[in-house]
Write a protein that binds this ligand. Structure first.
Ligand code: AHM
Ligand code: MG
Length: 342
C-alpha cells in the first residue's frame, strides 16, 4: 500500500514543530489535539443540525444577555471537557460561562496553559445552515505551576498569546491556528476523521477587495468609519475599486475569507454601543493574533488590539482587522476625522 506521507495530520504537524525545539514539553501539541478532538465532536453535531432536537434556543440567556442556542452549550461542554481531561490546561474562560473555571486538580495545577474560547461564534446562523465557528486563545499562565491558576493568567494582553486558533464549520471543516512561527490551516478529512494540513504558512494578502461590515448600522458609526465605508464604495476602478461588500454575520467565516483572499472586517462601536459587540478576550484577541501572524493587522480604532490590557473576562471591543494596506487606509480616515473633530 502506498502511504501518502505528503499530507500531515494536525498531530504530525505539531509534533514536527516540536521536534525543532528539543526543550519543548509537548504540552501545546497536546492542547491542540484536545481542541481538535472537541472540534470533531462539535462538527458531528453541527452536521446533524436540523435532524436532531439540538437546535434552537435552549431557553436561557447567557451572561451577555443574549439567547443561548443548544449547540452553544454542547460546544462549550465539549471544549471545556476535552481541556479538563487533558494535561495542558489549568483553566478556561468561555463566552458561555459567567466566570473563569479553574480546574484545580493535581494534573491541571501543574499544567502550563490557560485557554479562552467562544465555543460557537455566529450561533444566530445555526438554524439557517450558515458557517459558524469556534475561536480560542492560549496563554502561558503567570501564576506558579503547582497551584491553581488565577484570574491574572486570563487577563493578559493579547500580545502574550502563545497560540490562537479557530475552527470553521463550513462547506468543509477547517482548523486554523497560529503561533509566533506562523499560521497554518488544516481541513478535516471526514474519511479518516483527521485534520490534515491544507493551508501551510498562510499569508494574508497585503490588499484585497472585500470589506465586511454591518451596513445596517452605518448611521450609528463614527464619521471616520462612515467616510472609509463610502471610500470603499467610491474607490476608482484604477485602484481596484469599488470594493465588494461581504458580510455574513459569522465573524469566523468573514475573517477567514478575508485572511485568504484579502480584505477588511470591521465591527466598530456604535452610538448605542461605543465598544461594539465583540468580546476582546475570546473573539478579537485570537483573530488579531492569527491575522498578524499571517502579515495582516488588527486595531480597535485607537490602538493595536493585542496591546490592550484587559480588565474583565467579557469586555467588548471595537474591531478592525485585515489586509495591511487596507488597514493603513482605514486608519488614515479615522485619524483625519479625529483630528478634524479635535
Ligand atoms: P455571537 O458571539 O453572539 O455569535 O456574536 C458574534 C457575531 C459575529 O460572528 C458576527 O460578526 C456578529 O456577531 C454579527 O453581529 P451583527 O448582527 O450585529 O452584525
Ligand atoms: Mg461569539
Amino acid at each position: 500500500m502506498v502511504v501518502n506521507r505528503k499530507i500531515l495530520t494536525l498531530d504530525e504537524f505539531t509534533i514536527q514543530q516540536l521536534r525543532q525545539f528539543p526543550t519543548a514539553t509537548g504540552e501545546l501539541s497536546s492542547l491542540l489535539r484536545d481542541m481538535g478532538l472537541a472540534a470533531k465532536r462539535v462538527n458531528v453535531e453541527v452536521n446533524k443540525a436540523g435532524l436532531v432536537d439540538i437546535l434552537g434556543d435552549a431557553g436561557s440567556i447567557n451572561v451577555q444577555g443574549e439567547d443561548v442556542k443548544k449547540l452553544d452549550i454542547f460546544a462549550n461542554n465539549q471544549f471545556m471537557g476535552a481541556l479538563q481531561h487533558g494535561i495542558s490546561c489549568a483553566g478556561i474562560g468561555s463566552e458561555e460561562l459567567e466566570d473563569f473555571v479553574i480546574f484545580d486538580d493535581e494534573v491541571s495545577n501543574n499544567s502550563k496553559y490557560v485557554v479562552l474560547f467562544d465555543p460557537l461564534d455566529g450561533s444566530g446562523n445555526i438554524d439557517v445552515n450558515i458557517s459558524i465557528g469556534t475561536i480560542f486563545s492560549v496563554f502561558r499562565r503567570v501564576s506558579p505551576k503547582g497551584t491553581p491558576c488565577t484570574k491574572e493568567d486570563f487577563l493578559q494582553p493579547g500580545n502574550k498569546q502563545v497560540a490562537a486558533g479557530y475552527i470553521i464549520y463550513g462547506s468543509s471543516t477547517m482548523l486554523v491556528y497560529a503561533t509566533k512561527r506562523g499560521a497554518n490551516g488544516f481541513t478535516l478529512d471526514p474519511s479518516i476523521g483527521e485534520f490534515c494540513l491544507s493551508h501551510p504558512n498562510i499569508q494574508c494578502p497585503a490588499t484585497g477587495n472585500f470589506y465586511s461590515v454591518n451596513h445596517g448600522y452605518f448611521f450609528k458609526y463614527d464619521k471616520g468609519v462612515q467616510k472609509y465605508i463610502t471610500a470603499c464604495q467610491q474607490k476608482p476602478k484604477s485602484e481596484g475599486g469599488p470594493y465588494t461588500q461581504r458580510y455574513i454575520g459569522s465573524m469566523v467565516a468573514d475573517v477567514h475569507r478575508n485572511l485568504l483572499k484579502g480584505g477588511i472586517f470591521m465591527y466598530p462601536g456604535t452610538t448605542d454601543r461605543p465598544n461594539g459587540k465583540l468580546r476582546l478576550l475570546y473573539e478579537c484577541n485570537p483573530l488579531a493574533f492569527i491575522v498578524e501572524m499571517a502579515g495582516g493587522r488588527a486595531t480597535n480604532g485607537q490602538q493595536r488590539v493585542l496591546d490592550v490590557q484587559p480588565h474583565q473576562l467579557h469586555q467588548r471591543s471595537p474591531l478592525f482587522i485585515g489586509s495591511r494596506q487596507m488597514m493603513d487606509e482605514l486608519e488614515n480616515y479615522l485619524k483625519e476625522t479625529n483630528e478634524a473633530n479635535f
